[in-house]
Design a protein around this ligand. Structure first.
Ligand code: SF4
Ligand code: SF4
Length: 257
């Protein structure tokens, strides 16, 4: 799918110029039970209003090792066979695009089938996770406010209020949500919200051996992600959905959906 190069720029500009509006929108997305839970006992030294986070994935650096998938599963107690983040392998030929993700890529990938390899004109890995959309359809459809946007812009699920209707899973254009088979509630990546509030990085970022994944605060000009944004060489998945993704991809080939 062709992705307009200006789309990513548009999202970033809206974050810079409309920060106040975005924050107000985020707060409007909160409903009473979830809001109370999030604001309850903030970690010492953490000010929700002082940050503007983004997650950056550099496609050219991903080697498909699966460290991130395994770390996420352990950190977040994700049931076996379900994934908050996963890796897709794309093999591009003149005839079409082949995508696979065995066990979410958690154990890495076998060598490309020799017949397919012969035809390949490009091959690469694409890490996937929740985009923490600023205009999140999943938040909009939740009938009980269990899916909400935190004051820092994280899209979260309050498991104590989720009724397991699955509307949010259907509404997400990126297929990143699932029904947790053990808890019977909607589940997805939180960008390791619990770790961020303690001043740590998401688990997947800390174990990536190549620096393909990075996470940071665009309000801090010394943060490497701020520089990536300034360089303006990034894109988002499915820009036509206009959900204002906050996961930015560097080096994203146009065939990726
Ligand atoms: S990627 Fe899907 S689950 Fe994540 S915020 Fe966007 S719509 Fe919601
Ligand atoms: S840990 Fe890094 S290099 Fe390995 S699969 Fe994940 S994103 Fe790719």
């Amino acid at each position: 799918m062709k992705q307009p190069e200006t789309n990513g720029r548009r999202v970033f500009l809206s974050k810079l110029l409309g920060g106040g509006v975005a924050a107000a929108g985020a707060l409007m997305g909160l409903r009473a039970p979830a809001l109370a839970k999030v604001l309850e006992g903030p970690d010492e030294g953490f000010d929700p209003g002082e940050h503007d986070y983004v997650f950056v994935v550099d496609i050219q650096k991903c080697i498909g090792c699966g460290n991130c998938v395994r770390a996420c599963g352990i950190e977040n107690n994700v049931p076996e066979g379900q994934f908050r983040t996963w890796i897709e392998r794309y093999v591009v030929t003149h005839e079409g695009v082949h995508v696979d993700s065995p066990e979410g890529g958690m154990n890495g990938f076998e060598a490309i089938d020799p017949a397919l390899r012969e035809q390949a004109i490009n091959a690469f890995f694409v890490p996937k996770l929740c985009n923490h959309c600023a205009e999140a359809p999943c938040v909009q459809v939740c009938p009980v406010g269990a899916t909400f946007t935190s004051p820092e812009g994280f899209v979260l699920v309050d498991p104590e209020h989720c009724i397991g209707c699955g509307y949010c899973i259907q509404a997400c254009p990126y297929g990143v949500r699932f029904m947790n088979k053990e808890r019977r509630v909607a589940d997805k990546c939180t960008w390791c919200y619990h770790r961020i509030r303690r001043g740590q990085q998401p688990a997947c970022v800390t174990v990536c051996p190549t620096g393909s994944r990075s996470f940071g605060d665009t309000r801090d000009e010394n943060d490497p992600v701020a520089q990536i944004l300034k360089d303006d060489q990034w894109d988002v998945l499915k820009p036509g959905m206009h959900t204002q993704c906050q996961v930015l991809y560097v080096g994203l080939p146009r065939v990726v959906v």
